[in-house]
Design a protein around this ligand. Structure first.
Ligand code: ADP
Ligand SMILES: O=C(O)[C@@H](O)C(=O)COP(=O)(O)O
Length: 433
């Protein structure tokens, strides 16, 4: 087995996104939930460890990332990838830079790149400014994120306060000249002691150039898209035809539930669209939960017919979120919703639900942890960066779709469920259990 790629992701939807893009190459990918036990081998060519450290305090985030790094290193990995959001989501005291610098220091690396661009999902970086579709990040719906409102689009300004080392940009003019020019520029910056280099990228070809120029670095950082070319560039063993084969999709019970704790513009649209199908639904209100607990939603859940995949959602427009936050504070409001949705996931699981669609990164982290899932097999992609994932390490197989707030089309929830019912994935009729 070659050295392999060890990846640490700052949230669970991000980890699933990264795992899906790495798996596109045909490489073997393990998606681990939290820091694995010491004996949790064998290792795959690509190991992705999902943490929930995007919004926690800096010291804890760095400590968790280092623990994940130590596990990956002990498993024999020698190249590392630090995955954060394609919209650079972080708090003002953000964890993106501190974790990158901690890992660089542990690896004895003098430089790394920051490449959040994900053109397939409309995230591009030009002259160091991040765009979501045609809008600057700070003018996009990400400005109203409940936990990490992004009010600046300039990655240099966002990263500089997070790091000790110098920050610079390699802009599109250099990227367009190809990998040799990028390597030359990186060397020039290294000679000036620039440790943190932000990369422009607008189209997938830019990412290919960057990956070719940088795949030898001990640590790369970015969104999932810059990692997609790495398995091939690293010549991973599992890409060999003998080792690759069709992904085995485990049977799961057809009973399903959709849980949405994301308040992104896209999740609002997806919830609205799913509600129009007439599906039974329950709207969670953090203020109500703070007063009465989750008893009412749990009682409602237990009365449902899961063959129609009911919806439980806290998803709300920015004004409604602000109202709840002004009463409870953003962190408390978020925790109450995450806890209630996790309780619902556990209750659904006890009832025998085999398929759970979750919208939202923090929400997915809370749900997956509550379900005690430790390892996921990556299955077919429902939308770019959102795969079905399967857990086999519990008493029964469970399918989880962990959807990043902003990903997927308007009809994502129905598409996700349809895919497991023998749709586009060409799966065998699973027949239910
Ligand atoms: N109605 C609401 N009011 C306040 N906070 C909410 C509400 N609904 C969800 N939240 C919280 O907002 C956060 C959304 O983050 P996340 O789940 O990561 O979604 P996304 O993927 O869109 O970023 C979670 O902490 C969630 O609990
Ligand atoms: O890179 C991305 O955009 C995603 O993989 C991701 O990290 C999404 O985070 P959430 O929007 O919080 O789900």
């Amino acid at each position: 087995m070659n050295a392999g790629l060890g990846c640490i992701a700052d949230d669970f939807t991000g980890a699933a996104d990264l795992a899906a893009l790495l798996a596109r190459s045909g490489a073997q990918v393990n998606l681990r939930i939290g820091i694995p036990e010491k004996e949790a081998l064998p290792r795959a060519d690509c190991e992705v460890i999902a943490l929930k450290c995007r919004t926690i305090d800096r010291r804890s985030a760095v400590a968790e990332a280092r623990q994940a790094f130590d596990w990956l290193k002990a498993s024999g990995v020698s190249k590392f990838f630090w995955k954060y959001c394609s919209t650079f989501d972080s708090t003002p005291k953000g964890n993106i830079g501190p974790i990158a610098e901690a890992l660089m220091s542990d690896l004895g690396a003098s430089q790394t790149i920051y490449c959040p661009a994900f053109p397939e999902n409309g995230r591009s970086v030009f002259m160091g400014h991040l765009f979501v579709g045609r809008q600057l990040l700070s003018e996009s719906p990400l400005k109203d994120h409940p936990l990490t409102p992004m009010r600046d689009s300039c990655l240099l300004r966002l990263l500089e306060p997070q790091v000790d080392g110098a920050v610079a940009l390699i802009d599109r003019n250099t990227i367009s000249l190809g990998p040799d020019a990028v390597r030359e520029k990186l060397k020039e910056l290294r000679n000036k002691n620039v440790a943190n280099v932000i990369m422009d990228a607008i189209v997938p070809a830019d990412l290919q150039v960057i990956a070719e120029a940088c795949h030898d670095m001990p640590l790369l950082t970015g969104g999932s898209a810059i990692a997609e070319p790495l398995p091939k560039l690293m010549g991973m063993d599992s890409l060999k035809p003998a080792a690759s084969g069709p992904c085995q999709v485990p049977r799961t019970d057809r009973k399903a539930v959709v849980l949405s704790g994301s308040c992104s513009e896209m999740s609002n649209l997806q919830v609205e669209t799913y509600l129009k199908t007439g599906v039974p639904s329950y709207r969670l209100d953090p203020v109500e939960i703070s007063k009465h607990g989750p008893g009412e939603v749990l009682a409602w859940l237990r009365r449902q017919d899961f063959c129609v995949a009911p919806l439980i959602y806290a998803t709300a427009e920015p004004d409604r979120v602000r109202q709840a936050q002004s009463r409870l504070g953003p962190v408390r409001a978020g925790e109450l919703v995450e806890q209630a949705i996790s309780d619902c996931a556990v209750a659904a699981r006890e009832i025998g639900v085999g398929r759970i669609v979750v919208a939202g990164g923090e929400t997915s982290g809370a749900v997956t942890k509550a379900l005690n899932v430790t390892k996921l097999q990556v299955g077919p992609e429902i939308a770019a960066g959102v795969p079905w994932c399967f857990s086999r390490d519990a008493d029964q197989s469970i399918a989880l779709a962990l959807k990043s707030g902003n990903f997927g089309t308007q009809t994502f929830f129905s598409e996700a469920l349809g895919l497991l019912d023998g749709g586009k994935a060409g799966l065998p009729d699973e027949g239910g259990v």
